[in-house]
Design a protein around this ligand. Structure first.
Ligand code: NOJ
Length: 537
């Protein structure tokens, strides 16, 4: 049964699934919906509460499905609407939820709307897109896909005009000034929520409207439309989730919560790279800085925290100097870089060092926010930087030490399974890690279970415990029911710490290892091992 709390998302553990990569049920080399259904028990066992599916709609796949050619159907590689219905039922039956990607900003150029628009100036669909006779308008809007796109305008010979696009030229932006477009998108939302999905991760939110003389991001018109969207959802489908993808500074993202009348959740983009910065510098300052910049949000809203996702590790939310530093530290080879980011997975970024990987998870599972896991990162999968674009972090899920990694029986999967050690499917796979109680998978599963058991870890107030040593990130999470002290050494060196504690004497137990740590005369004295983390009650 599904928990009925309408703010279920605040305490949920999310898991991002790329259906094509997850499990191929029919041996065609592509993951599919039936395959995902086969693996729902696995996700349940890990402790997942809500799945987020990357786009599953018909698409020419020039941007892996973020180029949609039909909003209300399923890509044939994945299955049918009926299969999707079954996936929803099976997910709900296990007490989990499922959200899908809602790509409102743009369609594929193969979408019938765009085809009609470009072929006939008088088509009612012409106004669905943004056209111009020259490419000089909105010149203050930055280019997002810097490595491939030279302009946000592309000439369409058939249309005899330029069209506007914030992403690939095959993804024309919809014109949200057109009332018909606004209405179409509500129809799409109605279709899927009526179908039973639990909400949406809404793609590329800041760019819906364009206005001359602005950078065309976060415009008041955009917020006004999002309020309409939220009202629609709230009235017809209460308890569903709207999650905002706005790669922006916290003050700008804050506006997307409104007065709890826009999004329920938003990704915390500035925190993510700072976890990696802090680990590399052995210094908590980037993390404390990001949290200090984070304004309070309405009671029923929540931040979505994450370490990695299906895109490059974006460095848009750092300063130019910090970006250069991050590139130098984390992407020594040029081919590891993409646009303003780094196209690598969690384990290779952290040198496949179990201590650092766990510590990174300790941070996002104990700081405020609802954590998102990226498929494969729970077992420390590697990447393939020889594949183009972001495909290197979208390789087949490694289920077992078998040809096709237990992902597919096809000899040629959609992209190759990782072959090279230490990340080959032989070395890194679910079956092996489940069988080994000392594996990363088990550590992560234990952390998830603890987060569910201790309300303080999910929703407690956060208070930093003063510690003179900058390598130590120590804080108290306190709820009405309980409190947990989280103490983490971000550095490669052992660090002796002496922390003040309220109780003058107590025995604290580390939830992770079961070890007991004494508090004496109101001080906790301990030497933290490199990258050690303690969750103390
Ligand atoms: C953000 C998505 O995460 C990314 O994968 C996609 O390419 C762009 N939006 C464009 O839809």
């Amino acid at each position: 049964m599904l928990p009925t709390d309408p703010t279920w998302y605040k305490n949920a553990i999310f898991y991002e699934v790329y259906v094509r990569a997850f499990k191929d049920s029919n041996g065609d080399g592509h993951g599919d919906i039936h395959g995902l259904v086969e693996k729902l028990d696995y996700l349940k066992e890990l402790g997942v509460d809500c799945l987020w599916l990357l786009p599953i709609y018909p698409s020419p796949l020039k941007d892996d499905g973020y180029d949609i050619s039909d909003y209300c159907s399923i890509h044939p590689d994945y299955g049918s609407l009926e299969d999707f219905k079954r996936l929803l039922e099976e997910t709900h039956r296990r007490g989990m939820r499922l959200i899908t990607d809602l790509v409102m900003n743009h369609t594929s150029d193969a979408h019938p709307w765009f085809q009609a628009a470009r072929s006939d100036r008088h088509s009612p669909y012409r106004d669905y897109y943004v056209w111009s006779n020259d490419d000089r308008q909105y010149s203050q809007a930055r280019i997002i896909f810097l490595d491939t796109e030279k302009s946000n305008w592309t000439w369409d010979p058939l249309a005899g005009q330029y069209f506007w696009h914030r992403f690939y030229a095959c993804q024309p932006d919809l014109n949200f000034d057109a009332p018909a477009v606004q209405a179409e998108m509500l129809r799409v939302v109605d279709f899927w929520l009526g179908f039973g999905v639990d909400g949406f991760r809404v793609d590329a939110v800041p760019y819906l409207f364009e206005r001359e003389g602005t950078n065309c991001e976060n415009l008041p018109e955009t917020h006004a439309y999002l309020k309409t969207l939220r009202r629609f959802v709230e009235e017809k489908y209460p308890g569903r989730l709207l999650l905002c993808e706005a790669n922006q500074w916290p003050q700008d993202v804050r506006a997307y919560f409104g007065e709890d009348d826009e999004f329920n959740m938003a990704f915390h983009f500035p925190l993510m790279p700072r976890v990696f910065m802090a680990l590399k510098q052995g210094d908590r300052t980037p993390i404390t800085w990001a949290l200090e910049q984070t304004p309070p949000i309405p009671e029923n809203c929540q931040w979505a925290t994450f370490l990695r996702n299906h895109d490059e590790l974006t460095l848009e939310m750092v300063s130019p100097e910090e970006r250069q530093w991050m590139w130098a530290q984390y992407s020594p080879e040029m081919r590891m870089r993409l646009n303003l980011g780094i196209r690598r997975r969690l384990a290779p970024l952290l040198d496949n060092d179990r201590r650092k990987i766990e510590l990174a998870y300790s941070l996002i599972f104990s700081l405020p926010g609802a954590p998102f896991l990226y498929y494969g990162d729970e077992i420390g999968m590697g990447d393939n930087i020889h594949l183009p674009d972001r495909n290197g972090v979208r390789t087949p899920m490694q289920w077992e030490d078998a040809p096709g990694a237990g992902f597919t029986s096809a000899s040629v999967p959609y992209i190759p399974v990782i072959q090279a050690d230490p990340y080959s499917a032989g070395s890194v796979n679910v079956a092996g890690q489940k069988a080994d109680p000392a594996s990363l998978w088990h550590s992560l599963r234990a952390m998830i279970a603890l987060r569910k058991r201790y309300p303080a870890l999910r929703s407690g107030e956060l208070t930093w415990i003063p510690c003179p040593h900058p390598a130590v990130a120590a804080y108290l999470r306190r709820s009405n029911a309980d409190q947990v002290a989280v103490i983490q050494n971000l550095s490669v060196k052992p660090v002796p710490v002496e922390l003040p504690f309220e109780n003058s004497s107590a025995e604290l137990t580390d939830l992770i290892t079961g070890h007991v740590v004494p508090v004496q005369n109101g001080r906790l004295k301990i030497t933290l091992r490199p990258y050690e983390y303690l969750w103390l009650v």
